[in-house]
Design a protein around this ligand. Structure first.
Ligand SMILES: [Zn+2]
Length: 447
């Protein structure tokens, strides 16, 4: 990864994000004798564990097409029959290719019991997710999806390759013996409530699901999900640390090899979550507002430099906002904000103070020219609050969002900025959604 020598300059984030795509190059990696990981063939990794004349598969990739490519890449390392498939969690990119691995072998399918009730993630929230994954961006604008090369962009996720679990466990953990391999399944809620880590003690290999990824964790995704509760996640990471694994094959990106490196990775990850949680809660106790807290809460310089906490996918700022909303609700404590003016009224008065719409539009255009992109977008939003069909304001906002998007390290931010900019530039449709494309643009819905 490019973290040790970050690129300099205005577009350093984008160049670092581009460099991170090296994590997704296709390779079957031998983790240790008898355990292999297929990295880069799908949105998520698949792990193959060889047993006595049979195989165990942990996670199944996003869909049958990807799964077939992985079966071919494993080649004769995949010993038939597949005796067991284990799901770490229910996200569609991990559970969509099971039929291909199962073939005609009728394996047991293991998961935690909570997976059975867990809808695939996109079905969990009342709002569709917009396009944090950049599925509709033209190739020239797309870099990656943060912790995967792409997510539903080339081959949409379907459930056609999913097989429901046949063996579930309740509670904390369960030890199973499959084809002579002893595996401990450990319920480790974190990135998802059902997340299950697989621990192969005899080989020193830990498969943590998505509780660890090589990015600052996505505690509070922008795609319309609740906060992923940080406290159980921290506890799960502590549990994994106690195993002293020699290697770790997480759900995305290249595995972590070597006991010291695994320890460092899990420690940094845990500390990256806990410091943000602690600082945010301390700020809340002092009456700080979310807008203040995002200016104040920071990773230590050591954690900020960790290759495991770069903000490719999650973001400290969004974690702060998510924690705030989850712990104390929507109200920031400022009485002015109990009943604010409706946005169109507020904007009309700001425009009047600015000397009229043309004057404000001119100022927004100047702000783009001078690199003051956020201010340009905020001024454009005033104009669009009054007239969502204002073509000039839409164009200025699109330019500002494009410039902001091109300066992001975070893939989901980049994808969202650039997709919204494209939507605004197209013009003529969904005018009511000029502030947020989530408000009415059918093109953004995700099936
Ligand atoms: Zn995943």
């Amino acid at each position: 990864m490019a973290v040790s020598t970050p690129p300099a300059g205005e577009f350093a984030g984008r160049e670092q994000l581009r460099a991170s795509s090296a994590e997704f190059r296709k390779e079957v990696i031998e983790i240790t004798n008898g355990i292999f990981a297929a990295v880069g063939y799908s949105a998520s990794n698949v792990t193959l564990i060889q047993g006595d004349n049979a195989s165990i598969i942990v996670d199944t990739s996003a869909n049958p097409v990807d799964a077939q490519a992985i079966v071919e890449a494993f080649g004769d390392r995949l010993l038939r029959p597949v005796a067991a498939i284990i799901y770490t969690h229910n996200h569609p990119d991990h559970s969509g290719g099971a039929t291909v691995f199962a073939g005609t072998d009728r394996p047991e399918i293991y998961s935690h019991r909570t997976l059975v009730d867990a809808a695939p993630e996109f079905g969990r929230g009342p709002r569709d997710g917009g396009d944090a994954f950049g599925t509709k961006l033209p190739d020239a604008l797309f870099i990656n999806a943060g912790t995967q090369l792409e997510y539903g962009r080339v081959t949409p996720h379907t459930r056609e390759g999913f097989l429901p679990p046949t063996r579930t466990f309740d509670g904390d953990s369960e030890t199973i013996d499959v084809a002579g391999v002893c595996l401990q399944l450990i319920h480790t809620p974190g990135e998802s409530p059902e997340n299950t880590a697989v621990w192969i003690a005899g080989k020193g290999v830990l498969i943590p699901g998505d509780d660890f990824l090589k990015s600052y964790p996505n505690l509070s995704p922008i795609r319309g999900l609740k906060l992923r509760p940080p406290e159980p996640w921290i506890a799960s990471l502590d549990r994994m640390l106690s195993l002293d694994a020699d290697a770790m094959v997480q759900g995305h990106m290249r595995p972590i090899l070597g006991r010291d490196e695994v320890r460092r990775a899990l420690t940094d990850y845990r500390d990256g979550i806990s410091t943000v949680l602690e600082q945010t809660l301390a700020g809340i106790r002092q009456g700080r507002t979310p807008d203040e807290l995002v200016q104040e809460v920071r990773l230590s310089p050591e954690l900020a430099a960790s290759p495991y906490l770069q903000e490719y996918y999650g973001s400290v700022v969004w974690a702060v906002r998510g924690i705030y909303a989850d712990y104390v609700g929507w109200f920031d404590g400022n009485a002015t904000n109990l009943n604010p003016l409706p946005p169109a009224q507020h904007a009309a008065r700001m425009i009047d103070m600015a000397g009229g719409a043309e004057s404000m539009l001119a100022r927004a255009g100047q702000a783009v020219e001078t690199g003051d992109f956020q201010w340009a977008a905020e001024l454009a939003d005033c104009l669009l609050a009054v007239d969502p069909a204002d073509v000039s304001a839409r164009q200025v906002k699109a330019r500002a969002l494009t410039e902001l998007g091109e300066r992001q390290l975070n893939a989901t931010a980049r994808n969202y900025y650039l997709t919204t900019a494209q939507f605004l530039s197209r013009g003529g449709e969904g005018a009511g959604a000029a502030i947020s494309p989530l408000a009415g643009e059918k093109g953004f819905s995700r099936s």
